[in-house]
Design a protein around this ligand. Sequence first.
Ligand code: ATP
Ligand code: MG
Length: 136
Amino acid sequence: SEKAFVMIKPDGVERGLIGEIVNRFEKKGLKLVRAELKSVDRAVAEAHYGHLRHKPFFEELVEYITSGPVFAMIIEGAGAVQNSRSLIGPTNPAEAPPGTIRGDFGLDVAANVIHGSDSVDNAKVEIERFFSKLDY
Ligand code: ATP
Ligand code: MG
């Protein structure tokens, strides 16, 4: 069935939110099929955020995502991509409604706790970027 790539960013890991966040995906009915605490190197960060390379905040974004361990996950289930984006909420936590992960746990658009892939095609690319094929 459909897979999404979801990643708790360094601020979320540092603040001890892994359990709380995984719990929300599990309660929704999505399955955690692979997860790993890992560090993101500069090359992976630049590839992951390649669509934002011309933005003024790009350098800050790469520094932030490489600043400490992330918790990378493969989430599986019906509509995994769209359903995980719904649980996560809008990019800017200030605009994310209560009940969403960013709405409940974030304050800052630059450190917004979690990433979720935005399409089924990008989910495939991101899963291959962050996990070895042997892992899933
Ligand atoms: P993500 O890809 O992390 O799930 P998203 O799809 O909601 O987030 P994107 O447009 O892909 O949003 O932006 C990727 C990330 O870049 C955001 O999650 C955020 O951390 C950062 N970002 C986006 N806009 C800004 C901004 N104006 N200032 C600082 N950082 C930003
Ligand atoms: Mg995105």
